[in-house]
Ligand binder design. Sequence first.
Ligand code: DQA
Length: 241
Amino acid sequence: MAKEPDLTDLRQSIDTIDDSLVKLFEERMSLAKTVAEYKKKNDLTVLDSSREQEVIDRATALVSEELRGETALFMRALMSLSREYQRTLLSEGEAPEERDTMKKIAVINGLNLNLLGEREPDKYGNETLEALNTRIAAAAANLGMNCVFYQSNVEGELVTIIQEAKDFDGIILNAGAYTHYSVAIRDAVAGVKAPTVEVHLSNVAAREEFRHTSVVAPVCKGIVAGFGGDSYIIALSAFIS
Ligand code: DQA
């Protein structure tokens, strides 16, 4: 009969793996430094995030559905940390101009959208915001775009987020209920040069009367509504050309 593994041994093995992780992190950061030095010397493009999504996909495939969003965020954080490190090294002294070829898109979600997956699933589906963001990031990477994700339940915070995205190549905005009455959010969208696409999971035109009005839409490039989480993915195509 197979011997039960000893808990102390198991804990020790986990400790050993954690030590290896720290070591791997050290090696990765040191390699990032070498790459940055090479790029600086040869005046090469600073950022290369083309393989990130593939690595994220491989890591998320190892865990269960519920852990996928967290895993993707962890892996993405790890890789952007390394890129950020390269960026700081490259901007020391006379660094070449940053030439990131990826388009930068802000995906901004307003109030109650943090509850996706549990909130009125008959209208908004079962997918959590994290899982949706992972899907959007994957689709964006295929289109040569890098997404940065934001969510807030506070009107003023959304205004600040929109302002901070002013130099992005595009904004995908689901302002939630604010869509229907927030002049402040409309003014923020009108005030930035980044083109904005308004999105909704549900087909707002087919719902209650008060949802038929969008005060934000007139200052947007267009609207995508009614395709669930795919509305965001469809919206990405507005920024292809
Ligand atoms: C929504 C539609 C809005 O009317 C509603 O208030 C939301 C979600 C959508 O994505 O379908 O919060 O923006």
